[in-house]
Ligand binder design. Structure first.
Ligand SMILES: [Zn+2]
Length: 332
């Protein structure tokens, strides 16, 4: 081929070939069934900032949305938990934040009417960056904090959905003792994604076989103080009994003297770590003591943080962890 013919062919290839290839590529991506399946029609865009009621300062503070989520993750989960556990926590915390912002448009919370979220456990644990640095070892700022920032950045903007709708109750807690709870057994409402599931990888969790001992008089006094409308009368080892348990194995109802209490009520009045407990007695008569042996820490509904740590260590990614603890949900 003569040089001018070669150049002519090259120009022809560029003029016809390139648009053809580009057209094919863009045509394919438009029709890619995976893209349609993996997307979500009503994906919610998170806002740039969020207003938080800072409890100890008694005022609100507006801050970067993702910065807030990152500080919540650092306040809720130790940095030595696996990266996938931290990522799962970040999606749960971000979804919780978004849900609170949406609810705030309808109704302002009585505890902090000027902000959709607060810095106390009433919402999610939150500490400022200065407070976080102050409550950790000297090296935390350069390793733990960086690790948490990286995990949150990796899931930036991602939220949890059930059937295409934002998950409005992405609850989480510390450890389950082996099984999580149906929401309606602990709180008032039932949610299809907050159902009891096993949580088999909680080795090393705190609050395992935790024993708390009380005199029978102390139990009577604590219940009388929390629930003055239900008198127990004099307590003995014979008139205290666990009557029923929930799907997740926690105490559902308990007979204590003359009155009946929910396991969650007993947990709250006696400040037990979990309602997953058994009781035993020591001594007799006026010196009798009751021992509560509990497993797990927290309400037991939704994501178990220690369970997430265990699943991450066993090789699950954050999407698998979230789908396990929030049944039927997907991250977008
Ligand atoms: Zn709050």
């Amino acid at each position: 081929m003569k040089p001018f013919v070669q150049i002519f062919v090259l120009i022809l290839v560029l003029l016809i070939g390139v648009p053809l290839v580009l057209g094919l590529v863009s045509g394919r991506s438009e029709k890619n069934p995976d893209t349609a399946e993996d997307g979500i029609e009503n994906k919610i865009e998170t806002p740039a900032t969020v207003t938080v009621w800072i409890e100890k300062e008694g005022k609100t503070e507006e801050m970067d949305f993702e910065e807030y989520v990152t500080r919540v993750v650092a306040s809720e989960m130790p940095a030595d938990f696996g990266e996938e556990a931290l990522k799962a926590q970040s999606v749960a915390a971000r979804t919780y934040t978004m849900a609170k912002i949406i609810k705030y448009r309808e109704k302002r919370p009585a505890a902090h009417p000027d902000a959709p979220l607060c810095s106390a456990t009433h919402c999610q644990a939150y500490k400022s960056e200065e407070e976080l640095i102050a409550c950790h070892d000297a090296g935390w700022k350069d390793d733990g904090w960086k690790k948490i920032q990286k995990a949150c950045k990796a899931t930036e903007g991602e939220l949890l959905y059930y059937n295409g709708e934002l998950v409005m109750q992405p609850l989480f807690f510390s450890s389950s003792g082996g099984q999580t709870e149906n929401s309606e057994d602990v709180f008032s409402g039932a949610y299809p994604y907050l159902v009891s599931v096993s949580s088999p990888y909680e080795e090393g969790a705190t609050h395992t076989n935790e024993e708390k001992e009380f005199s029978l008089y102390d139990v009577k006094a604590a219940l009388a103080s929390s629930y003055p409308d239900r008198a127990t009368g004099t307590l003995t080892a014979e008139n205290i009994k666990i009557k029923s348990r929930t799907a997740g194995g926690r105490v559902d109802t308990m007979q204590i003297g003359a009155s009946e209490f929910k396991g969650t009520e007993v947990r709250s009045a006696l400040k037990l770590s979990s309602a997953l407990f058994s009781v035993s007695f020591k001594g007799s008569g006026a010196d009798a003591k009751i021992v509560f042996t509990s497993n797990g820490s927290g309400h037991g509904v939704g994501l178990s943080q220690y369970g997430a740590r265990g699943m991450a260590a066993a090789g699950s990614d954050y999407r698998e962890i979230l789908t396990h603890y929030y049944t039927g949900t997907k991250v977008y």
